[in-house]
Design a protein around this ligand. Structure first.
Ligand code: M6R
Length: 611
């Protein structure tokens, strides 16, 4: 996620902005920039890369102004370049804007602005806001506050916005819509940021804007308004946390924070990709119908957790489209002499976009003439350059080494892609697509329900802390969940775990079962439920402790469970999006119980850039 900082007061703005941006660095970013007002004009400096690059560019710049805004950008629209970094300005260069979130209707707004003669210089969605403000301010001229209230009515999507005008140097205007904005007014100054850590060096009394609020921040005061311009009362919150706790938003670890961010991650992965009638709009894969209809087979290549989302995607794509799908570990793919041609579509999945094996697999596939779609969370990453089309998961940066919210983002993006292919090829009736999309819209609320089980899961994790082996079993898409659950447990708790197809137990692994061996069974899939029941009975008869992930209200599962986690009902192919969450939490709490640091497991890295 990007970071926003703004300052107005009597001190030099620049050092305060840089310090605030440093406090927000932990959120991840790939470019940074500042705008400072002085003598009726703005100086803007922006750089791709680390904050130190920006600081080098600012060295000796001598900005003295006492009003400014800064931003650390995590690229979503347009790669991380100097020109796409925030702040963005209007044609006059007097208005500067920084933004977190996504302006969904930016393309239509951009076209209208260009038709009016505005010159936009970046590929971002944000820049349209600066140009819309230019028009709104020029009308009379009038205060930036009024112009902002007029402009936000034209915007769709999620936006935390902070704007300044060089000719109105006594105020900053900030807006919160589905993206946090926090204000502080310490010692005759005004400071605004997207995260509490940036405010803590200045004040512990902060004013978090409510959703759909606008703030006019001046030195020593703040006035709040709703989107209609009606005044609102500020709510002051005293922050007790220290900075490191604030970075984690009050969670003990980034992994836990990221697990709890999953409702939002799923919303973001769907945002702007579905219309009101439930039709899927995937502009990213805007290939001609001929190209889409021509695909004769799909190959999915990925590693680790991404491989598991690919496993679930294979089921979805084959079911919805009837196109045959092969699934390969990226590290194996090019060594097996695969059969590919120009009618093959290869899907490369990598949250980081930098995994060496996945990049090599994708390049190999391209050389053989296949089309490539990349699924990744990182704009500007290497895989985006090698692919013909990219589906971003839009989860925001994931700091914990263990992939959690990006896994759910991948599942959502891949399900949407599968449905899109079915829709465009006429393999699925429109109502059926819309019905599945309606079920997907329910997922964020259902994820909240699953997250509410965290206390029970923490208690269950205690019993895992001193075991040496855990078996995870599932069938169908449940097998992908079982494998992901086992990977999570082993990578952060260092407990040996195996993810297994439940039907394979009797061919060997059942020999491992004895009194007290924990077996986690994923049994929400209705069509394979009876078969899973039989497998659970088999392991229980041999003394296993059973941890069951079962549909809510399932009395039969209750009777067989040592621990039971009940999951809300959804469409069978969407069950991994809910079933994985208890297993993430189980792994997290088991690691904590063993005194380990879940964010930085030994021997592992967030991006695996070597083969
Ligand atoms: O960036 P990628 O998705 O390609 O990463 C692949 C694996 O290295 C990654 O999923 C790894 O298994 C995670 N640490 C799992 O939590």
């Amino acid at each position: 996620m990007c970071g926003i900082v703004g300052y107005v007061g009597s001190d030099k703005a620049l050092p305060i902005l840089i310090e605030g941006m440093r406090q927000l660095e932990y959120r991840g970013y790939d470019s940074a920039g500042v705008a400072v007002a002085e003598g009726g004009s703005l100086t803007v400096v922006r750089r791709a890369g680390e904050l130190t690059k920006l600081e080098q560019a600012l060295d000796g710049n001598g900005m003295e102004g006492t009003l400014g805004i800064g931003h650390t950008r995590w690229a979503t629209h347009g790669p991380p370049t100097d020109g796409n970094a925030h702040p963005h300005r209007d044609c006059t260069g007097n208005i500067a804007v920084v933004h977190n979130g996504i302006i969904e209707n930016h393309e239509a707004l951009r076209a209208a602005l260009q038709a009016e003669g505005h010159e936009l210089s970046s590929e971002t969605d944000t820049e349209v806001v600066a140009h819309l403000l230019e028009g709104a301010v020029a009308q009379r001229p009038r205060p930036l506050l009024d112009a902002v209230i007029e402009v936000i009515a034209m915007l769709e999507g999620a936006f935390g916005l902070v704007c300044i005008h060089a000719e109105q140097p006594d105020s900053i205007i900030a807006v919160r819509k589905d993206s946090p904005i926090i204000v502080g007014v310490p010692d005759g100054s005004g400071i605004v940021a997207s995260g509490i850590p940036a405010l803590l060096p200045h004040t512990r009394d902060v004013i978090p804007l409510d959703n759909r609020q606008v703030a006019e921040i001046k030195a020593g005061s703040v006035s709040l308004f709703d989107f209609d311009g009606e005044p609102a009362e500020p709510r002051v919150v005293h922050v007790e946390w220290d900075i490191s706790a604030a970075e984690k938003g009050g969670y003990e670890d980034f992994m836990l924070k990221e697990i709890f961010e999953q409702p939002e991650a799923v919303r973001n992965a769907m945002r702007g990709r579905v219309d009101l009638s439930g039709r899927i709009l995937l502009d990213e894969v805007s290939w001609d119908a001929d190209v889409l209809n021509d695909i004769t087979k799909i190959v999915v290549v990925a590693c680790g957790t991404s491989y598991h989302s690919g496993m679930a995607a294979k089921h979805a794509i084959e079911h919805y489209t009837r196109i045959p799908v092969e699934l390969d570990l990226a590290s194996e793919f090019r060594y097996r002499d695969p059969v590919l041609d120009d009618r093959s579509l290869v899907i490369g999945i990598a949250q980081s976009g930098e995994t060496a094996d996945t990049l090599a697999a994708v390049r190999f596939a391209k050389d053989m003439g296949a089309k490539v779609v990349a699924v990744t969370n990182v704009v500007g990453s290497s895989i985006t350059r090698d692919a013909d089309a990219v589906l971003f998961t839009h989860c925001g940066p994931e700091i914990g080494v263990a992939a959690t919210k990006t896994f759910l983002g991948q599942l959502v993006a891949l399900n949407l892609f599968a449905l899109y292919l079915a829709q465009e090829r006429g393999a699925m009736a429109e109502e059926k697509v819309a019905e599945t999309i309606a079920a997907m819209h329910e997922l964020p609320a259902q994820i909240e329900e699953v997250l509410a089980l965290h206390d029970d899961i923490q208690r269950a994790a205690k019993s895992l802390s001193d075991v040496s082996d855990v078996l995870f079993i599932g069938r169908g898409v449940g097998m992908a969940v079982a494998m992901e659950g086992a990977l999570k447990l082993k990578e952060i708790s260092y407990i040996h775990a195996e993810g297994y197809a439940a039907g394979e137990l009797k061919h060997g692994a059942i020999a491992l079962i004895e009194e007290g061996v924990p077996v986690v069974a994923v049994m929400t899939g209705p069509s394979l439920y009876e078969k899973m029941m039989a497998n659970v009975q088999e392991v229980r008869a041999r003394g296993a402790d059973t941890i069951l992930i079962a549909p809510r209200g399932d009395e039969r599962a209750k009777a067989l469970a040592t621990e039971l986690f009940e999951i809300p009902l959804t469409k069978p192919l969407l069950t991994p999006i809910l079933d994985t969450i208890p297993l993430q939490l189980l792994a997290y709490y088991a690691a904590k119980e063993r005194g380990l640091s879940p964010d930085k497991p030994r021997n592992l890295a967030k991006s695996v850039t070597v083969e």
